[in-house]
Design a protein around this ligand. Sequence first.
Ligand SMILES: [Zn+2]
Ligand SMILES: [Zn+2]
Length: 569
Amino acid sequence: MAYKYNSGTLQILPIGGVGEFGMNATLYRYNDTALIVDAGVMFPDTDQPGVNLIVPDYTVLNEIGVDRIIAGVVITHGHEDHIGGIPFLCRDLNRDMEIYGTRLTCGFIRKRLEEHRFDHKVDLHEVVAGDTLSFGEIKVHLLRVTHSIVDCVALVIESPAGTAFHTGDFKVDQTPVDGKNFDFAGFAEWGKKGIDVLLSDSTNIAKKGYTLSERTVGDSLKQIIEPSRQKVIVACFSSHIHRIQQIVRIAAELNRRVVLLGRSLENSMSVARQLGYLKVPAGVMANKEEIREIPEHRLIIITTGSQGEPMSALSRIVRGEAKQVEMYPGDTIIISAKTIPGNEKSVMRIINSLYRMEAEIHYEEISEVHVSGHASREELKLVFSLLTPRHFVPIHGDRMQLVHHAELAKEMGLTRRQIHVVESGDIVELAGDKVSKIDSIEINRRFIEGDRFEELEDIALRDRRRLSEDGLIVVTLMVDEKSAELVGEVEVITRGFLLLSDDEAEMVQIRDRVRRRFSELKRKDRLNWEAVRPKIRSALRSYFRKRMNSFPVILPIILTVPRTGGAKR
Ligand SMILES: [Zn+2]
Ligand SMILES: [Zn+2]
């Protein structure tokens, strides 16, 4: 496993997002020019408590020596799994950076960058679909695609060694809400010129047929909202400008006013409005302070929290903790988003609470209140037909999705030797009419905690997981500083350990175990808490493992106390 580069080839090195879901980033290199396409984040699973984001460790680029030759970072669109890692990339590479994206994409990136400080210059360059960017001997052509955020592009990466086509995220929406069409002609033209290798979005490979147009969601939202005589709450992703646009339009048509709840929603709305991506008729938007003055049947609230996030506006409304909003039976709630795998439980919790409140509830499984932003199988085939690539590398998906996308490529007439299922860290090389994996490098992940963007060490992460699953045991031992004997009772406190909390027999066992282990220690070790702690911990660890197959975090506290009785204090 080592980095290598053969001169005169186009190297494609997925840094993230291939064989895993999220944190999309790919390195393209031709001789002494390299580009990074996208730099996203991954959202953690529920088994990584306290972690907000996961990003690739970009210092690997310094280690393999390509940091110096990165001519630019080209971003396909403004979703977090494509832009959220940019600040970490800038910090890791620790040099001036040139970033290219369309206007809305740059708007979102600017917001992200404001939250961080850098020692070096970060330049944002606004580009438009149809542009060609030149970096040394690499040219990048931008083609418009449709997706669940506006202003998205696919990239044609042209080098003397051959041409790669990087789709980014896309669907083929023939009636996009903003009227800006998928660039079929551009795709076909490049297909004619010749694409050596296609890298295409695998997210929806399991979906048959075509993904419905975003417009269909507008129609069904209107059908739901129109008959309602009470307030309507719609939860959706804050970056989904088309969805928000449709809700605003419906509100205007039905003479309702729109209030936004949730900081990320307010942020993205203000970026999109400033840059002219949202058409808002006068008098439709209202502040949250005005909610109480608006009659209930004239109100639409757009909120964050479609994933059941406990701190989101929707969850607070449901718990009755939102200052401005109260729920009444008969209110309409629409969860206009897909449940991201891993969030099913928290979404179901919200839906159950809403049913309990006798709300009118609509969500993806029972109403047509969401369509995907990603291409289904027939659209993926369409892209193959337009581009007729010589080789294929499925991207944006976990291993299963990549393999299924590879099977689709076979259906489209590519042979096994033309299909390359690789994962993040694999080094792919295009040379002449050959594509091959030449080696791979190891790319670590970083776990980012909270709004402060602090990094969590792996150990802290492991402890948190154990804390949340198996609880915490604190044992306190008092040791006489002269005799090195135990003084008084061993104190045991447990948290998150239901089995034990009032099980006196179990407590006695634990105390015994601690006392016995302590008495086995040499006298001189007993006063050295650095020697005592690991011994006590491992004794208890094996006890819990054997007795209840549980792995709580064990925290021994050793206090040395002055000789009891006669000693002077
Ligand atoms: Zn996307
Ligand atoms: Zn994506």
